[in-house]
Design a protein around this ligand. Structure first.
Ligand SMILES: CC(C)(COP(=O)(O)OP(=O)(O)OC[C@H]1O[C@@H](n2cnc3c(N)ncnc32)[C@H](O)[C@@H]1OP(=O)(O)O)[C@@H](O)C(=O)NCCC(=O)NCCS
Length: 173
């Protein structure tokens, strides 16, 4: 398997929306607590990715994809627009890998690239939150992220039921 990691501009982000819808829909239907509730389909995901593409256009968001055979099967974002007193901070968001492409190192490649791109734009510290007890929670420490703590009842699982969140940070510069 040869994967390509790419940072997308706004036009590329818009062109990738069909693939990104597949990835997000697969993750939500696979039980990931990433902002959306089941039932969830590509028609639900498209407006979300349009907003992300607009944020890429304005420079508020960095959007990266992992491609196999020209198709995006994984993605991650860095929210780069912060308040004036936090220009050096970024929010790591929506690390998503399609279930068919998991376990091949794509999340590690995406995170490495996102951290590099954020650092190249003056970000020193990145922050993220992830559902407590999820696969993702186990992965971030392996990628060098520091666990801060847990906020109870922060969100819902996509099938319903309250879900705690775990906060992490990483210094990237
Ligand atoms: C979390 C997720 C992105 C991981 O993607 P992936 O491409 O399978 O991860 P990788 O193959 O790059 O694995 C990264 C590291 O985590 C480890 N890992 C992978 N799956 C794991 C699991 N279920 N439990 C523990 N560790 C795991 C890998 O061994 C690897 O560590 P290593 O490089 O030191 O060996 C994927 O499971 C996913 O999309 N989940 C649903 C969406 C989600 O919850 N996203 C998080 C939002 S904050």
């Amino acid at each position: 398997m040869i994967a390509t990691i790419r940072l997308l501009d706004a036009a590329e982000a818009r062109a990738a929306i069909p693939d990104l819808c597949e990835v997000l829909t697969d993750c939500v239907n696979g039980g990931a607590s990433v902002g959306f509730m089941q039932p969830y389909g590509n028609a639900d995901a498209a407006p979300y990715w349009q907003v992300v593409a607009d944020a890429v256009a304005s420079g508020a968001t960095l959007l990266l994809v992992a491609e196999i055979d020209g198709r995006a099967v994984g993605t991650v974002q860095v929210g780069a627009a912060q308040m004036p007193n936090q220009p050096h901070r970024g929010d790591l968001k929506k690390l998503l890998v399609h279930r068919s492409a998991r376990g091949k190192g794509l999340a590690r490649l995406l995170m490495d690239a996102a951290e590099r791109e954020a650092a190249a734009r003056g970000k020193m510290i990145l922050v993220l939150d992830t559902a407590t007890g999820s696969d993702a929670e186990a992965i971030y420490p392996r990628l060098g992220w520091e666990r801060v703590g847990v906020i109870p009842d922060y969100a819902l699982w996509p099938q319903g039921g309250l879900c705690d969140t775990t906060l992490f940070y990483k210094r990237v510069a």
